[in-house]
Design a protein around this ligand. Structure first.
Ligand SMILES: CC(C)=CCC/C(C)=C/CC/C(C)=C/CC/C(C)=C/CC/C(C)=C/CC/C(C)=C/CC/C(C)=C/COP(=O)(O)OP(=O)(O)O
Ligand code: 1GP
Ligand code: MG
Length: 229
């Protein structure tokens, strides 16, 4: 089985965006550790199923990051469930999760479901508005990371700066809070230099938008953190 603790690089593909077969093949065969299927808006079951079926032609592990109840389907290797720690609205922290448990607990297999403590730090990101986040200070972020590790014992703390490159020093400070909980960093990684810089601090870097904006550069981020295939 997969050892997530050894992962270093993940591509995130958005079911609401188009990707050609040739590009998708390059992503799947790039040597990345896994592919997350997920996005903030426009996520439909059809979009998720289409990506799943096309990624499944390859051997790379594939994960659904759940954004809506309606777009969950069997067939993924793992299911990541965000809890947005800096949301002002309980529904994004535990409300929707509570509803899901009431409706589907018999279908939940906890060896394939991982909770992600999300902290969204880019106020311009769609997910920031969508999940009604409040902008955390550096002290807030560090406290959320500490809570993810010690209070909630979450497997993943996801520092989410979707759409922009964060200050690597901040990521380094967050990493210092964590020993068992893995630090995922995503946001604005668009070059091999940025990938290797963030990988100095984050356990896993997530590359999303650059797959759609500049696939050549996106592919180079794999080798930058994992070495030549
Ligand atoms: C049938 C079957 C296989 C069942 C499996 C059982 C199972 C896994 C059940 C689920 C259990 C469960 C607890 C579900 C939770 C339900 C739920 C809806 C929870 C809410 C989760 C949540 C807080 C979601 C919001 C977070 C979110 C929307 C994250 C999006 C990720 C993200 C930031 C993407 C990047 O943004 P992007 O869209 O790319 O932005 P741009 O377009 O600007 O780039
Ligand atoms: O799209 P980018 O900015 O690469 O961010 C990746 C990921 O963290 C989004 O959830
Ligand atoms: Mg995106």
């Amino acid at each position: 089985m997969y050892n997530m603790k050894e992962w270093q690089h993940i591509f995130k593909l958005d079911p609401a965006k188009e990707i050609g077969d040739e590009e998708l093949e390059k992503i799947c065969e790039s040597g990345t550790d896994a592919i997350i299927v997920g996005g903030t808006d426009g996520v439909t079951l059809d979009g998720v199923l289409d990506l799943l079926a096309r990624i499944r032609r390859h051997t790379v592990p594939v994960i659904l990051e759940i954004s809506t109840m309606d777009s969950i389907t069997p067939g993924f290797d793992f299911y990541y469930v965000p809890m947005v720690m800096n949301s002002k609205d309980k529904q994004w922290i535990m409300g929707l999760h509570h509803e899901a448990v009431k409706a589907y607990r018999d279908m939940m297999h906890w060896d394939e479901i991982m909770m992600e403590g999300y902290c969204v730090i880019n106020p311009e990101a769609k997910v920031f508005t969508h999940t009604q986040c409040e902008l955390p200070s550096e002290d807030d972020i560090i406290a959320y990371a500490y809570m993810a590790e010690h209070m909630y014992k979450l497997p993943i703390f996801y520092l989410e700066n979707s759409g922009a490159y964060a200050d690597p020093e901040l990521v380094g400070k967050v990493k210092k809070q964590l020993s068992n909980t893995l630090l995922f960093y995503g946001g604005g990684i668009a070059s091999p230099e940025q990938a290797s810089q963030m990988k100095q601090y984050a356990d896993v870097i997530i590359v999303g938008n650059s797959v759609y904006d500049n696939i050549k550069a996106a592919l180079k981020t794999v080798e930058a953190v994992k070495g030549k295939k």
